[in-house]
Design a protein around this ligand. Structure first.
Ligand SMILES: [Zn+2]
Ligand SMILES: [Zn+2]
Length: 428
């Protein structure tokens, strides 16, 4: 079998390997015919089969369809036995805004729209390419089916990831669409559709959807909802269930909006009134969805609550005074509170130490740990079952560099900071 990369003529690739023995690049193996394909390939180059998305992908931490700090990979060792093996880093020209992982490649995106891509499949990371989206980034970009979708200033951009390997050609968008609202606050790619939230100067918000995003030219955007108070957008995506949720609030009350893509007959949109809301909801904290349960924070005592999407009923209240949260399971939030972290599972507050502050959202390594970025530039990993003593990973020697964003893929953790430094480590 030949190497699928255009600039490598290597033959005789073993089909069980994940790297080309000659150019050492990552290979994506077809389940049907075992042919090696390039990273970010959507269809097999030999037999045309749709290639599966990997369990190791981290399409977005807080901008994607899961909106959970949930990594599907299970580490079978606990924090006291785990150490951090350095894999190297990338330097961006300004603060790191977002980190995405797809096909064992890390995408580091800066606030001003610089994008650097690195191969993280081997012991040391290797920068593959860099380009610029041409404007400031306010919404976390998303990766879906071989494309990177970004919002830069007043523009929506789609980049074909396959394009990143043709070194001769500059990286140019597959399509560009301008929007009159600014800034574009949020993106979510789902089933050939891109949802996005616009914020207007009078503080009213609108959620729009762009259809046929996988095509050469999408259809003009359609307005789905407008109002003074809208939540973030979150999706639930499995083989059989494909649903997108968001909430809106006005004088009449709180309303849950749901678009169901599960049926072949097309998208079906419904909305229902929420019952039992303790107060107005907190827009700043993104919602999360697991199955038919929505997790959101209400202003009254900053309480995290669970909402049954079938009945519209708020059916459970979790912890209070929360700033951010991630779900380790359907009844199992881990929340950032003013004193540190709260673990619902063991009903325990964990002190993070004097003069320490957690920045951003926690990230969950499934059944193993919660990872948090700190203001002093370190990353702390707490065992989910016994969080007394954290494993500390030092991302920078400078204590004035704050962690801005985290990402995880299998046993790999990536962290970005406000000086544009991005570091990667493997838990070993
Ligand atoms: Zn090769
Ligand atoms: Zn194939």
């Amino acid at each position: 079998m030949n190497c699928p990369y255009l600039d490598c003529n290597y033959r005789k690739i073993q089909t069980d390997t994940i790297h080309c023995p000659d150019c050492s690049r990552y290979l994506k193996t077809c389940e049907r015919c075992s042919s090696p394909n390039r990273a970010f390939a959507v269809y097999c180059c030999e037999c045309g089969k749709l290639l599966p998305e990997s369990d190791a992908d981290w399409p977005a931490f807080k901008g994607g369809w899961q909106r959970l700090g949930l990594n599907r990979f299970v580490l079978n060792r606990r924090i006291p036995e785990l150490g951090t093996g350095e894999m190297g880093g990338i330097q961006l020209s300004d603060p790191c805004k977002s980190l995405l992982i797809c096909d064992r490649h890390l995408f580091a995106i800066s606030q001003s729209g610089e994008i650097k891509v690195a191969d993280i499949s081997q012991n040391h990371i290797r920068e593959v390419t860099s380009f610029h989206a041409g404007g400031n980034i306010y919404a976390m970009p998303v990766i879906e089916r071989g494309s990177l979708y970004m919002a830069a200033e007043k523009e929506l951009l789609a980049y074909s990831l396959g394009n990143l390997f043709s070194q001769k050609a500059p990286v140019i968008p597959r399509w560009e669409i301008s929007s009159d609202g600014t800034p574009i606050r949020e993106l979510l790619a789902f089933q050939n559709r891109l949802f996005f939230t616009l914020t207007y100067p009078d503080r009213h918000h609108e959620i729009h959807a762009l259809d046929s995003i996988r095509s050469v030219q999408p259809k003009p955007p359609e307005k789905l909802c407008a109002g003074p108070r809208l939540s973030s957008i979150a999706g639930h995506y499995t083989e059989k269930v494909k649903k997108v949720y968001f909430l809106s609030e006005d004088q009449i009350g709180l309303r849950l909006h749901l678009t169901d893509y599960s049926k072949n007959s097309g998208a079906e949109a419904v909305s229902l009134m929420v019952k039992g809301a303790p107060s107005p909801f907190r827009e700043r904290v993104p919602i999360a969805v697991i199955g038919a349960r929505i997790f959101l924070v209400f202003r009254k005592e900053e309480t995290l609550c669970r909402l049954d999407a079938n009945t519209g009923e708020v059916d459970r209240q979790f912890c209070k005074n929360i700033r951010e949260f991630a779900m380790a399971g359907i009844n199992d939030p881990v929340a950032t509170i003013s004193e540190g972290l709260f673990f619902q599972r063991i009903n325990k507050k964990v002190d993070i130490g004097n003069n320490q502050t957690i920045k951003g959202s926690p990230l969950i390594l499934k059944d193993c740990a919660v990872v948090v970025g700190m203001r002093d530039g370190n990353v702390h990993l707490y065992d989910l079952h016994n969080p007394a003593l954290p494993l500390i990973w030092s991302v920078s020697e400078h204590s004035d560099e704050e962690i801005t964003v985290l990402a995880a893929s299998q046993n790999i953790i990536a962290a970005g900071n406000d000086k544009g430094r991005v570091r990667v480590c493997r838990l070993v």
